[in-house]
Design a protein around this ligand. Structure first.
Ligand SMILES: [Zn+2]
Ligand SMILES: [Zn+2]
Length: 215
């Protein structure tokens, strides 16, 4: 029997899919194929019969037999965007360092002086493409519990905002705030301090560029 889930059931399924995917990757030694991750997650993820039987979204029905298959697949894509998993080779998915640790710390991988000088002097849009920023960003998301800091019910399209641009490459936890896209845009639309306005335009251009690269 196959019944549609309501909105809160769907949210709960996505939460379980995410936890089960991370747990599967840890259990499989930090690296596995999409299929192996999915099989492990389905058997150990604690999904209810109702969740396992829910039909996929109509637009994705040709690609996924069930909603849970759809959600598990998207979980990997989203975790990759957040810097928690990488997809270094075809069908190979690995946990990044930050996702392996129970309590991620910004100081996990110290950056040497020469690299730090390069990070702090490169254009901001280029800095956003560096592995150092991806790790720092992922750690900030984990610390924030993957929620917007202005409203904890905002859990989609999360971005990590720089409250200060003075320590690029060695940010303090207090330099960063996790915001959803729309709250982030509001923050930049509101002049907070000297220089904020100039940064806003710069930020929007950098983000547009970085989205184009990901598209
Ligand atoms: Zn920002
Ligand atoms: Zn928000």
């Amino acid at each position: 029997m196959s019944t549609e889930l309501d909105v809160s059931e769907r949210r709960e399924l996505r939460r379980k899919a995410r936890a089960a995917t991370l747990e599967a990757l840890r259990a499989l030694g930090g690296e596995a194929s999409r299929r192996a991750i999915s099989e492990h997650a389905l058997s150990a993820g604690g999904f209810t019969a109702r969740e396992l039987n829910a039909p996929p979204p109509a637009v994705a029905a040709s690609k996924y037999p069930r909603l849970v298959d759809h959600d598990l697949s998207w979980t990997l894509t989203n975790l990759k965007r957040e810097g928690l998993v990488e997809n270094p080779r075809w069908s190979t998915w690995t946990l990044t360092g930050v996702a392996c640790k129970a309590t991620p710390s910004l100081a996990a991988e110290p950056v040497d002086e020469a690299r730090l000088a390069a990070l702090s002097s490169m254009p901001y849009w280029l800095y956003l493409r560096t592995p150092e920023w991806r790790r720092t960003r992922a750690a900030a998301l984990v610390r924030a519990g993957h929620r917007c800091s202005l409203d904890g019910t905002h859990v989609k399209s999360l971005e990590v905002h720089h409250r200060s641009y003075e320590r690029l490459g060695k940010e303090l936890e207090s330099d960063l705030t996790v915001l959803c896209r729309s709250c982030h845009e509001r923050v930049h639309a509101t002049p907070q301090r000297v220089g904020g306005g100039r940064r806003s335009l710069w930020f929007l251009l950098a983000r547009r560029w970085s989205r184009q690269q990901q598209a």
